[in-house]
Design a protein around this ligand. Structure first.
Ligand code: SF4
Length: 362
């Protein structure tokens, strides 16, 4: 407990706020690209503590939010195959597909189990050898290694009834796409969890090609404020660079073991991101030698054409072009009980975080 308290210490928070205020002379915007940061920033009210010349923007850091409705549509179609059990993190079951959700499919008779890790999905596969278990793999470099580990365990355990539908993605192409689209920011608050796996080298192109800084941040208020202070100092000196604030978890070289597992099981593929479209080499698919575990190859289902709700502006929210309350549905027909878009469903979604901590009750 003491460890956490240290990073919520009020005097450290006050000191950082005053140092940020005293050092910051330019109008700057920084973007976080991690759903955990989006939630932490709103929860601790950090935007209201900053001088008015510093703006924080939320980016495409929530994996559930950036994934295509087509992924949900495919999962729903798979769930309707007799004998199939879908194993998924709880976040996904209420995410709207084009026509329905996994939660509604479950109510209509599909077997959809909420799991807390891929290990739970493997246990279901062992328990029901006559059923086919499909784990929905979603997330960035943070969660993809555990999916890879699960597939390796399934292979070494001889499990023949275990499959993965992968929507895993990698972060750098999205950060690059945002910059190339012309999003107006002066630096990134770098994703702490992703960087624990990848290390810091993946961001080096940001200062080199785009003159943008990136400070990899932890998740407590002191972490985030210190990262903002570091970005402010970079902007003031006009010296963009990659720095690690979250040194207690992130090493420049990352986690070699996790990266090796990723590399063993997955390969890069082009993938679609909400708001950004198809980005080259931004997704992770199973390598050929693991094709037996690939639900997309093993099962053939009719998936309806993707239908988006044109009123939902999640794509603009995910690019930091608008704040959630600029969407006309926010807090009205779209709320956490009746979400219209994925950004209102996930705990890490900007609309959800904004509704829960910033807007609700005003
Ligand atoms: Fe989409 Fe709802 Fe957010 Fe609007 S408030 S952008 S409809 S999730």
């Amino acid at each position: 407990m003491k460890y956490v308290d240290e990073f919520r210490d009020k005097s450290a928070v006050r000191d950082l706020i005053s140092r940020i205020g005293a050092s910051s002379t330019k109008r700057v915007s920084f973007m976080e690209v991690c759903g955990g940061h989006t939630m932490a920033i709103q929860k601790s009210g950090i935007p209201s503590l900053l001088p008015e010349n510093i703006t924080l923007k939320s980016g495409p850091g929530c994996p559930v939010c950036v994934s295509s409705r087509g992924f949900i549509d495919q999962a729903v179609a798979l769930s309707r195959i007799p004998g199939v059990i879908i194993a998924t993190f709880g976040d996904l079951i209420r995410v709207p597909g084009s026509y329905t959700t996994l939660e509604k499919a479950k109510a209509e008779g599909s077997r959809v189990e909420i799991v807390y890790s891929i290990l739970d999905a493997l246990k279901i596969a062992e328990k029901y050898p006559d059923r086919k278990i499909i784990f929905l793999g979603i997330g960035f470099e943070t969660t993809a290694p555990s999916t890879a580990a699960g597939i390796l365990m399934a292979r070494s355990g001889g499990l023949k009834n275990f499959f993965v539908l992968s929507s895993h993605k990698v972060m750098p192409p999205a950060m690059r796409a945002l910059v190339e689209e012309g999003i107006n920011i002066d630096g990134f608050i770098g994703p702490g969890h992703v960087s624990t796996i990848t290390g810091s080298a993946i961001y080096e192109e940001l200062p080199r090609l785009y003159r943008l800084g990136c400070v990899i941040s932890g998740f407590e208020p002191v972490d985030i404020l210190q990262s903002i202070y570091m970005l402010v100092m970079q902007a003031e000196k006009n010296e963009p660079k990659v720095e690690i604030q979250y040194k207690r978890a992130v090493k420049p070289e990352g986690n070699r073991k996790a990266l090796d597992m990723l590399d063993q099981v997955f390969e890069l593929c082009d993938d679609w991101w909400r708001g950004l479209g198809i980005l080259k080499s931004s997704g992770l698919r199973l390598k050929n030698e693991f094709a037996d575990f690939d639900a997309g190859l093993h099962f053939h289902v009719e998936v309806p054409d993707i239908r988006e709700d044109a009123r939902c502006l999640c794509g603009d929210v995910l690019k930091g072009r608008i704040t959630p309350d600029e969407c006309s549905l926010f807090g009205k027909s779209c709320n956490p009980v009746n979400p219209v878009g994925a950004c209102m469903v996930s705990n890490e979604g900007a609309c959800h975080a904004y509704y829960r901590y910033h807007y609700h009750g005003r």
